[in-house]
Every structure is written in C-alpha cells, then in structure tokens.
Design a protein around this ligand. Structure first.
Ligand code: TMO
Length: 332
C-alpha cells in the first residue's frame, strides 16, 4: 500500500519530471527553430563561376528550409570574417588564389576545409593560339622577351602589356625575377578583363592576359597558358630556389590545382544538415563550364542560370542532401 506521504512524493516527482521534459523539449525546439531562422551567410566573389555556385548552394539550402544571405566580398579580404563566424560559406577556394592564407586559418582553427570539387584548376598567363604565328617558341616563357613588342600599348611603352584582374597575383615579382620586358596592367573590375579579352579575340589581336580554367575560354576559343618554371612552395619562400638566386617567384602558378569549399568552423554545429550537404556538393569541369558559358557568352543573368539549374537538376542536388535532412524538401 502506498501511504499518503509517499503518494505526495510520487506526485511531485512526476511534476518535476514533466517540467524538465517540457523544458528540454522547448529548448530543443528553440535550437531547431533558431537554426532555421538565423541566416547562413554565403560569401560571393568577383568571378562568374563562384557567384553561380554560391547561388546554387544558397538555393539548395533554401529548399532545405534554411534562410540564406549573400555577401559580396574581395577574395583576399574574406578570411577574417569567415574565421570569426561573421560569414559562413565559401564555395570556391582556388589553390592558386591565396591558398597559403587558407591553410594557415585552417591550422589556427577558425576555418574548416569542406572538401574538393571534382575539378582540376589552373590560373596563369594566357594567350590566344593565333599569337603563336608571330611568336615562335610559345608557350615557353623564354619566348616572351623575343616578342614582347607584339604586346606593347601606349600605357606600357616601351614594355609589353600583361593584362590582369583584381586578384593580387605575384606578377610583378615574377616579372622582376624572370627579367621580363612586361608591365602589369590591372583591371579593377573582373568583367572589364573579360570584355577586353573578348574584344581582342574578335579582332584577332595579340593579347597576354591572366586567365584560368575552367572558364568560358575553354569552349570556343583556342589558347594556351604560358609555361613558366614549375611551381614549388620554395619558389615562394626561398630566393635561392630557381634560376634567379636573388628573388622569389621565378616560377609559374600551381598546375592541376584543387578547388575547395570552406566554412566557418562553427558551421557543423550550428547547421549540421547544411554543413553535410556542402561537404557533398561537387561540381565537375563539364558542369561548371556549361554554367559559366551561359553567363559570360550567352549573357544570361547569374540568378536565373542558378535557378534554372536547380529546376533541371533535382536528381543531382537532392543526392547531396543526407537522407535525414530531407524532411523540408517539398514534392521531391
Ligand atoms: C580565382 N580566379 C578564378 C579569378 O582565378
């Protein structure tokens, strides 16, 4: 028999238990709701593929029920903000584009490497193939000083022009180390570099530019990268390395570079499903070139190219979402 006192004890035990159950359940609810309320901030940079992939990633997150914001930023200035959790996702980190800083931040713990795309990249000096007729010896860098005259413009007289973009490459250091008769002209806006290159290609004028792959030039335009001495890390850190014992950068950029995704280190805890999906996201060269072409050649809007891709490729992107994260997907 349970006496009166024990009954009371039992009752308060149940009430306390009930209280804790409700409390922890609502805490759980708050946590879950928060993660859907708090926007995932995606960094966008200033080249086409990066912006398209950012919008595709954002659209996938939205389909999963998350809120998303896009924050345009210079790729050289993004790391501090991602490190501190002010921004959360970077969908394209190029090996040739500041990977040293990226590695340092991973070591320091604020940034997480969220895996590779299935893509080999290269960023380097580039010329259209028709230039080879007037400059035998290309694509070797050694041919450059024999035909720099082809590239002279009023702005760079008496030197040849090397046209670059706003990504802070070590071109001046390389020109000095390899004693090249060239001067860097840096376009402030990435789209201006694209338009200048298109103009030159249309008129079949000689031009030497910063270019990369995958890019729109992979489709209809024949061109080659300059072959500089092979890149090594020592070339950047040890002046004695390479053919010039006094200076760094007597070498090219990395060939067969990787293309990675990166996040703020708190992302996995804050939005585990979005994080896992990001890890799974992987574009290949063919997919990327196709997307870039629609924007840079067909001149379609980035946002509509991204949303069109989402509509047409549900089979591809739903596979990137882990099974237990699919409850928000509607009618898929
Ligand atoms: C990072 N970029 C594609 C402009 O070389």
């Amino acid at each position: 028999m349970i006496n009166h006192r024990n009954q009371n004890k039992l009752r308060s035990f149940f009430i306390i238990n009930l209280f804790f159950t409700i409390a922890s359940f609502s805490l759980y609810q708050i946590a879950v709701c928060n993660s859907f309320e708090k926007p995932i901030k995606i960094v966008t940079n200033n080249w086409t593929s990066q912006i398209i992939l950012s919008h595709i990633t954002g659209a996938i997150f939205e389909e999963m029920g998350f809120r998303v914001e896009y924050h345009p930023m210079d790729s050289r200035e993004q790391w501090g903000g991602i490190y501190r959790g002010k921004y959360h996702v970077q969908i394209e980190v190029w090996e040739g584009n500041g990977s040293k800083l990226f590695q340092r931040m991973i070591k320091a713990g604020g940034i997480v490497d969220a895996g590779n795309h299935d893509i080999r990249t290269r960023e380097e000096w580039w010329y259209p193939s028709y230039v080879e007729k007037s400059c035998p010896g290309l694509p070797s860098w050694k041919a450059l000083n024999n035909c720099y005259q082809l590239f002279v413009v009023p702005e760079t007289v008496p030197k040849g022009r090397y046209l670059s973009g706003p990504w802070g490459k070590p071109d001046r250091a390389r020109i000095r180390a390899l004693n090249l008769k060239f001067k860097v002209v840096e376009m402030k806006k990435a789209v201006d570099l694209r338009e200048r290159l298109k103009q030159a290609l249309n008129k079949r004028q000689p031009i030497l530019v910063f270019n990369w792959t995958p890019n729109w030039t992979d489709v209809d335009f024949e061109g080659k990268f300059i072959e500089f001495p092979e890149y090594t890390l020592e070339c950047e850190t040890d002046p004695k390395w390479g053919i010039n014992p006094d200076f760094h950068h007597d070498c090219g950029n990395p060939k067969n570079g990787w293309l990675k995704k990166a996040t703020w280190s708190g992302m996995e805890k804050e939005w585990p499903c979005a994080f896992q999906t990001l890890v799974n996201i992987s574009f290949n060269n063919r997919m990327l070139i196709h997307l870039i072409y629609k924007v840079d050649i067909d001149r379609q809007k980035i946002e509509s190219v991204a949303s069109e891709w989402i509509k047409q490729h549900a089979l591809t992107w739903t596979k990137w979402i882990p099974n237990h994260c699919r409850n928000h997907l509607q009618n898929r």
